[in-house]
Ligand binder design. Structure first.
Ligand code: 6LW
Length: 512
């Protein structure tokens, strides 16, 4: 018999710290969004495998103030989504104020309320209700507090419950009331290669908690598995009684040392129960599928900007002020107006989406007008590669840490132009620091040989003319640090420009 299987990650691209809940046959999933606005992407699925983004929970500045001082990888950390008493709750931390808050909604697609703030120590807040209707909020360090779920006020605690087996950063707690037991699922070891998921249980949320007989219940630390950094997990029970774990992990790329370029992604793995304790892993690239199976149509590669609003995948660093963008000024085009002169500092106009595949291509139709505008692959203000057009010249610029360099230039005809960025897995072995050269023997890039190579082209008469190829390692978490992944998008840093469409396609043979 052909057993259906699914491929991990189930939500590729920078979608870390996943949390999931089920209402009837429907699942909802949220992820961290850090310095990006709108924040906390929310997805719907009928089978835990196929997810469609239905919105962003925090889509108003009143819910998500992210002033320019918010650093890259600051902002919104680790959300939890739960459904109780006919309401959806999403609770998270805004690291700018280092405070936890929750928002509620009757429908997961929104509108979501303004924040209700809590005064509790720690991050990674979780919500759970007991049979008496009491609400428990558990935060990192693994302390639980009984709260009033309308005002957010603390009523009892915080009570330290269980801080794990000794790994650093006991965090990402989730409490589950299953049968007679309260299970505490938590992560420890830090979000990198030592990441692990551990379990304890008690008869009451107040404790005392006893650790599971085998901890961690999931880790890939010290293994050669292609999926690494497994942790920050949540669990959900399917209608058929099977349990599933949603977690973050990374797909590391390239040769030794490996690089992580897409950030931490969302994976799915089955949970087994042994003597009343959950066990999970290893997390495979392919698993046997859950019983229900509801594939979704492949989303169109091209956004024509013909809709009344921006699709929920489009995000901007910190803010997307009214007046900085428009879909109506030039119908069928996304018009952007510069709010800051450089991508190197917060406050600029950028609209992008997560890069979700190691091998991919994106193309953009840009009318630069008299502005300075283009496309960028960014990890943060100090790590980005840009292809921009200004006064009839296309240029490729690389910003890597303290260094900024224009690596290629070429004249382009006036009027709209098509820009192409192609990311390919590098197949050079061993890594080479020598990049491609042009007809005069001059280097056209800053070297290839890392995990991937980003090629920047301008289409001339429908044929891409390559300006530069750049080494992808400098846009990796290992170089830039931080909690996010690559975001690819459109920007303007001078005047105004309009974009007719943006097309994103996976191109690779590698499983993505
Ligand atoms: C998050 C913490 C973690 O709050 O990384 O992997 C932090 N886990 O739980 C930021 O994502």
């Amino acid at each position: 018999m052909n057993v259906p299987s699914f491929d991990n990650p189930v939500v590729p691209g920078f979608h870390p710290d996943p949390s999931v809940c089920r209402v009837g046959e429907d699942y909802y999933l949220v992820c961290s969004s850090f310095e990006y606005f709108p924040g906390v992407p929310i997805f719907h699925s009928r089978d835990l495998v196929h997810w469609r983004q239905i919105g962003n929970v925090l889509d108003r500045p009143s819910q998500l103030p992210l002033p320019p001082r918010v650093p890259a990888s600051g902002g919104i950390y680790a959300p939890t989504i739960r459904h109780h008493g006919g309401l959806f709750y999403m609770i998270t931390t805004n690291m700018d104020s280092e405070r936890n808050f929750f928002v509620t909604a009757e429908r997961p697609g929104g509108p979501w309320s303004d924040p209700v703030w809590l005064d509790l120590p720690g991050i990674d807040p979780d919500l759970a209700w007991d049979d008496d209707g009491e609400c428990w909020c558990t935060t990192s360090g693994n302390r639980t507090t009984r709260i009033d779920p309308s005002s957010g006020k603390a009523l009892e605690g915080p009570i330290p419950i269980w801080s794990g087996t000794g790994g650093r950063y006991p965090e990402a707690p989730h409490l589950f009331h299953i049968g007679e037991w309260w299970y505490l699922l938590m992560s420890e070891g830090g979000t990198e290669r030592a990441h692990a998921v551990s379990i304890a249980r008690a008869r009451s949320p107040r404790g005392p908690f006893e650790p599971g007989p085998v901890n961690p219940i999931l880790t890939h630390r010290g293994t050669a598995r292609p999926i690494q950094s497994t942790g920050h997990a949540d669990m959900v029970c399917a209608p058929d009684g099977t349990w599933w774990m949603i977690l973050l992990a990374t797909r590391n790329h390239g040769f030794t040392p490996e690089f992580q370029v897409l950030g931490r992604e969302t994976f799915l793995t089955p949970v087994r129960w042994a003597d009343g304790w959950p066990v999970a892993g290893p997390v495979e690239e392919r698993h046997e599928a859950p019983a229900s199976w509801h594939p979704l149509p492949t989303p169109p590669a091209r956004d024509d900007f013909d809709a009344a609003g921006l699709a929920p995948c489009w995000i901007s660093p910190r803010a997307r002020p009214d007046g900085s963008w428009s879909l109506t000024e030039r119908p069928g085009w996304l018009t952007l107006h510069a709010t800051g002169p450089t991508l190197d500092r917060p406050g600029h106009t950028f609209v992008g989406r997560r890069q979700q595949h190691h091998d991919c291509r994106f193309r953009v139709r840009l009318d630069p007008g008299s502005g300075r505008a283009g496309v960028s692959v960014r990890l943060d203000e100090a790590h980005h590669y840009d292809l921009e057009v200004h006064e009839g010249v296309a240029s490729v610029n690389a910003r890597i840490g303290p260094l900024r360099q224009t690596v290629a230039r070429r004249a382009v005809p006036p009027g709209p132009v098509t820009l192409v960025v192609e990311d390919r897995t590098t197949d050079l072995l061993p890594p080479s620091l020598v990049g491609p050269v042009d007809a005069d023997g001059e280097p056209v890039g800053v070297g290839v040989g890392g995990p991937d190579t980003l090629g920047f082209s301008v289409e001339v008469d429908g044929v891409p003319a390559l300006l530069a190829e750049l080494d992808g390692r400098y846009l990796s978490t290992e170089v830039a640090t931080g909690f996010t992944g690559r975001v690819v998008g459109m920007y303007v840093t001078e005047g105004s420009a309009a974009f007719d469409w943006f097309e994103y396609e996976a191109t690779g043979h590698a499983p993505d």
